[in-house]
Design a protein around this ligand. Structure first.
Ligand code: MN
Length: 270
């Protein structure tokens, strides 16, 4: 059960830039399974990056650059599709065999026009490489997947400045987490609830889009259970977004080119 939290079509695309799409699979318990593999078979991407965050469970991936591997609990795969990649994403065989809780988010991050055709590559970021910081006054915990906080820096290399934070706010916890002026900020509440700047309360499985004006961001968990949040903030890419399925470019001509290139096998050839 995968929920589309936002996508690159429709209203609000500029307000969410550089983030294009967020699919979220909340915790779901799978029984041991030996039939056909669960997941998504070979498919292409061009013009952006996919960021796969595994909270629980294990994914196996394989792609046209010849790379492949496992993404386990706490790990993140930051894949730059750039000029083109073909890949597949499945439940890992060991996970399928034993079953268990599967909990994953996949974020699509746009690339600026000048980097859309960069050669495909990926960063496999392990749980151990991700700084985990305690918030003041026992308010919770912050894992830096991308971007910085105080004197800590996340491992992910990004093409434009951004932050991707895996955030847990304890019941009754309150944290000041100012974001840079002019950046777009999005907040996915994965579980629990959180009040933003002493105003609106965002509930589980909702996404909030915050104004790029000002820097103040205070999150308060007024509920009785821990809140799990994904905070995304970034400098907007002020360019046209033209997407079609797994291709996100700047113009219809570039989309047509992507379809032609994929159909004639000119994807993932290095
Ligand atoms: Mn994919």
């Amino acid at each position: 059960p995968v929920h589309s939290m936002f996508a690159y079509q429709g209203a609000g695309v500029a307000e969410r830039s550089p983030f294009l799409l967020l699919d979220y699979a909340p915790p779901y318990s799978f029984a041991p399974h030996s039939g056909p593999r669960r997941g998504v078979g070979q498919h292409p991407h061009r013009g952006f990056e996919t960021v796969t965050i595994v909270y629980s469970g294990e994914l196996e991936h394989r792609d046209s650059t010849g790379a492949g591997g496992l993404i386990g609990a706490g790990d993140v795969q930051w894949m730059t599709a750039g000029g083109g990649i073909v890949h597949e994403e499945f439940h890992a065989p060991a996970f399928s065999q034993t079953g268990g809780v599967f909990h994953v988010a996949q974020l699509w991050v746009n690339l600026p026009a000048k980097d859309k055709m960069t050669p495909a590559h990926y960063q496999g970021i392990t749980a151990a490489q991700i700084p985990s910081l305690a918030l003041p006054q026992g308010a919770g915990q912050l894992r830096l997947i991308a971007g910085d906080w105080e004197d800590k820096k996340a491992p992910a290399q990004t093409y434009t400045p951004m932050r991707v934070w895996d955030l847990r706010l304890a019941a009754g916890g309150r944290a000041d987490l100012p974001q840079p002026e002019g950046w777009n900020t999005l907040l996915l509440v994965q579980s629990g609830s959180v009040q933003i700047n002493d105003g609106a309360t965002v509930q589980s499985m909702q996404t909030a889009t915050l104004s790029a004006a000002g820097t103040g961001l205070t999150l308060a968990n007024t509920g009785s259970v821990e809140a799990q949040l994904l905070l995304l903030s970034g400098e907007p890419i002020d360019e046209p977004v033209c997407g079609y399925g797994p291709f996100v470019m700047n113009s219809r001509e570039e989309i047509k080119q992507a379809i032609d290139d994929f159909n004639s096998g000119r994807f993932g050839q290095h």
